[in-house]
Unconditional design. Structure first.
Length: 304
């Protein structure tokens, strides 16, 4: 099945990131397999010793964040570019085992060709990691911290990345959760509310991208599927509007120098569940090269 693995998988960098913790917050957008762009971004950040003290991730951003906080260069990329076509990760075996399209039990287990997750560094008290999921009962985003056991961290990441309509909600402490992107696609406001002076936001769409708003439907599917959670159904229905508002606000914050944004320099054509491994590999390289080019400006921003 070599054609099902990225042809340059062996060129993906590896190693441990320097232990160079500094005050600041990394914010990671989701986007399913568009998150391979972020794989490239975090690899450069780790290679450059940019080790921020807090990380907030949504969906694919949470799955990337867990590897950034663990300080493992190339690990996220190796998972995606090697196992995308393994049905235990994406497909029928994942659906059977996890009641969703992504096989979290598989991806959190031991993977051939991928180093074990450094849970000691991930759970270190000096590094904060938050998986942002959407609570169905309140329709609000909830940030789960890495201050419990590793099993709870895995469950929170699963909740954050469980897509609506195709995944069973994840239950945590009696509440039910799905993809954080249902209520908060880019969780930068958590960082602003905590008054971090330095905030780095990684996008998976170009800065000028905005979602096209759909015509009003007489019987929206959200209200049918999530009729037991009417507030969540309404939040999900307006998620594209909320996303565009976030994009506008991010542009304003970046223009003022309040935050630093790393975003694709080219239009993104990969789908949420993209299967073309060479396209995914090119997306990784785009994230890597965009971040390399941004490093001088980023270091200047962090040093002010």
């Amino acid at each position: 099945m070599s054609e099902k693995i990225y042809s340059h998988i062996n060129d993906i960098p590896s190693g441990d990131a320097p232990d160079n913790l500094r005050e600041g917050c990394l914010v990671l957008e989701g986007g399913a397999f568009r998150g391979v762009y972020t794989n490239g971004v975090i690899d450069v950040l780790m290679q450059e010793g940019i080790d921020l003290s807090a990380t907030y991730g949504v969906s694919a951003g949470a799955m990337n964040g867990i590897n950034y906080v663990a300080g493992q260069i190339g690990r996220s990329a190796r998972v995606n570019l090697r196992y995308r076509h393994d049905s235990r990760y994406v497909g029928k075996e994942a659906l059977k085992a996890n009641k969703g399209i992504i096989g979290f039990d598989f991806v959190f287990g031991e993977l051939e060709g991928v180093e074990p997750l450094n849970t000691e560094r991930l759970m270190h008290s000096g590094r904060e990691f938050f998986s942002v999921a959407t609570c169905l009962e309140s329709a609000s985003p909830v940030a789960f911290a890495n201050d419990g056991d590793i099993g709870l961290v895995y469950k929170a990441v699963q909740a954050s990345a469980s897509m609506p309509f195709v995944s069973k909600p994840v239950e945590i402490a009696g509440k039910h959760y799905l993809d954080g992107g249902c209520s908060c696609k880019i969780p930068y406001r958590f960082a602003l509310e905590r008054d971090f002076e330095k905030i780095v936001v990684v996008r998976t769409r170009p800065r000028n991208y905005r979602k096209k708003l759909k015509m009003k439907r007489s019987l929206p599917s959200e209200r049918i599927v999530y009729r037991d959670y009417p507030e969540f159904a309404e939040r999900l229905k307006r998620s594209s509007i909320d996303y565009n508002i976030q994009c506008d606000e991010l542009e304003e914050l970046e223009a003022k120098g309040r935050i630093f944004v790393i975003a694709p320099s080219e239009p993104i054509t990969v789908g949420r569940l993209e299967g073309d491994m060479e396209k995914l590999g090119e997306l990784y390289r785009l994230g890597y090269e965009d971040t390399k080019a941004a490093i001088p400006a980023l270091k200047e921003y962090l040093s002010k």
